[in-house]
Write a protein that binds this ligand. Structure first.
Ligand code: NAD
Length: 445
């Protein structure tokens, strides 16, 4: 019964297709069954079973509150009008206004956005911030679009969703393919429509528009805090510990820098150009400086030995941090992992099928919905600062982020002992229990 997907979200279809002279970007087909989002739903089902949640509650939690699909005709630089398809899914508003990023990527489709929106509900609940979950996206390829085209697309998307967004309703943020620049356009378009400046409608804005100090490194910082909390449980001394980090972008490089600051020797890092290993430990600050001077890439980094991306996963390190992309730890490579801990900086880096083998091997996994929640936590702080019209110091933001992450880790850890489950299933239990209990108290809604 639980496997049945009841497809009854409230769907508003607002497409406005131009009758002639238009081109149309076909949304990507729905991906196969063994994708990270399907993996997430398998863990959700497992946690729900352990919690003994009723069937009614199961569907309340599973089916999104609202799904909006919008057709977005955009004037391209060529003078032609191209129509894009965009989505916004509000999975839950039980804990508060919904929160979630906007993804600009050719692979965006409604199914993916639905699952990512649910993911946000669990992530916000696990770190106990008063937000529901949402996600948005447009099927487009920003890498092939000019800045003007992206701006017109972002403004069209905002206009189409004016009734959905709002500082007390639904608060977007950046995701793959969008950043502070796009959030500034969204804030401007929304503010114009309301006749006043409303910074709290979106987070991840540039600092000058009310963005928060500490947001850039927040996710990496949360990874560091949860890695240290896990090491403490496993009695690993950070000053004698080693780590390997896959992905040297925002999350991976900040996690590596901050772990290094706490004494952990970073033996390997990688990015799309390849993986780099140094048995004496990589000078992370030097690698960041190299990347900055080298067009954002580690290609040609000579202070470490090049190894294959696959080999990075099998190194005899204490901590492995996948911080690049989804579905990188699978049944195929899990057997050769030697790390004692995996801290998931990326979303969905481990497939559900690899979970059992990881558990059998006794590897501790700090799951994505906990480990990378530092980002949404500082987004929440940005919203709070915008609402009170005040700016906090970096020191205050870091202190509060660290406390939220550590409290969340401790709660998940205790839950894992109570239910005798992995930290991953425990994190889902904490999140689902919180949303379900809130729903019960509120009734109705
Ligand atoms: P990013 O684009 O800044 O960095 C991604 C890095 O991964 C780049 O260095 C890229 O070269 C590398 N990479 C890509 N494919 C690779 C491969 N096959 N092997 C090795 N490296 C590869 O992205 P980011 O913001 O750091 O996000 C990374 C992950 O963290 C994503 O899964 C994202 O959803 C997740 N995440 C990010 C945030 C955030 O605040 N940025 C918050 C929560 C979760």
């Amino acid at each position: 019964m639980h496997k049945q997907l009841i497809d009854i979200g409230l769907t508003f279809y607002l497409s406005t297709y131009y009758k002639s002279k238009m081109s149309y970007i076909e949304p990507a087909p729905i991906k196969d069954k063994d994708n990270p989002l399907e993996s997430m739903m398998q863990r959700f089902d497992k946690a729900v079973d352990l919690l003994g949640i009723s069937e009614e509650m199961y569907y309340i939690l599973k089916v999104p509150r609202k799904q909006v699909t919008v057709g977005l005709p955009v004037m391209m630089d060529s003078g032609k009008i191209q129509t894009f398809e965009g989505y916004r899914v509000i999975h839950s508003t039980i804990l508060g206004p919904s929160k979630g990023g906007i993804r600009f990527d050719p692979d965006v489709n409604l199914d993916e956005v639905r699952a990512l929106a649910a993911w946000m509900t669990w992530k916000c609940a696990v770190v106990d911030i008063p937000y529901g979950g949402a996600k948005g996206g447009v099927a487009c390829n920003p890498r092939e679009m000019s800045s003007g085209e992206i701006e017109r697309l972002m403004r069209a998307y905002t206009t189409a969703l004016l009734d959905v967004f709002g500082p007390d309703q639904d608060i977007p943020a950046p995701d793959m393919g969008t950043g502070p620049r796009e959030m500034a356009w969204l804030m401007d378009e929304y503010s114009k429509s309301k006749g006043m400046t409303i910074p709290a409608v979106v987070t991840g804005k540039p600092l000058v528009l009310g963005g928060s100090l500490g947001r850039t490194e927040a996710t990496g910082r949360g990874v560091m805090v949860s890695a240290l909390a896990g090491m403490e449980k496993l009695r690993i001394n950070p000053y004698r510990a080693t780590a390997a980090v896959q992905g040297f972008g925002n999350v991976g490089s900040h996690a590596a820098l901050l772990l290094r600051e706490r004494g952990v020797a970073i033996h390997a890092i990688s990015d799309i150009s390849g993986a780099y290993y140094n048995s004496k430990g990589i000078d992370v600050a030097d690698a960041v400086a190299y990347r900055e001077a080298n067009n954002g890439s580690l290609e040609g980094y000579t202070k470490a030995e090049p190894i294959s991306g696959d080999d990075l996963f099998t190194l005899p390190v204490d901590v492995l941090v996948p911080a690049a992309k989804e579905d990188v730890i699978t049944r195929k490579n899990v057997a050769s992992i030697q790390a004692r801990m995996i801290v998931e900086g990326a979303n969905g880096p481990t497939s559900a099928k690899a979970d059992d083998i990881i558990n059998e091997k006794g590897i501790m996994v700090v799951p994505d919905i906990l480990a990378n929640a530092g980002g949404v936590t500082v987004s929440y702080f940005e919203w709070v600062q915008n609402r009170i019209g005040y700016k906090w110091t970096l020191e205050r933001i870091n202190r509060r982020t660290d406390r939220i992450m550590k409290d969340a880790f401790d709660k998940v850890y205790e839950t894992s002992l109570k239910y005798k489950v992995s930290l991953r299933i425990a994190a889902y239990i904490v999140a689902i229990d919180k949303v379900a209990s809130t729903y019960k108290y509120r009734g109705g809604f």
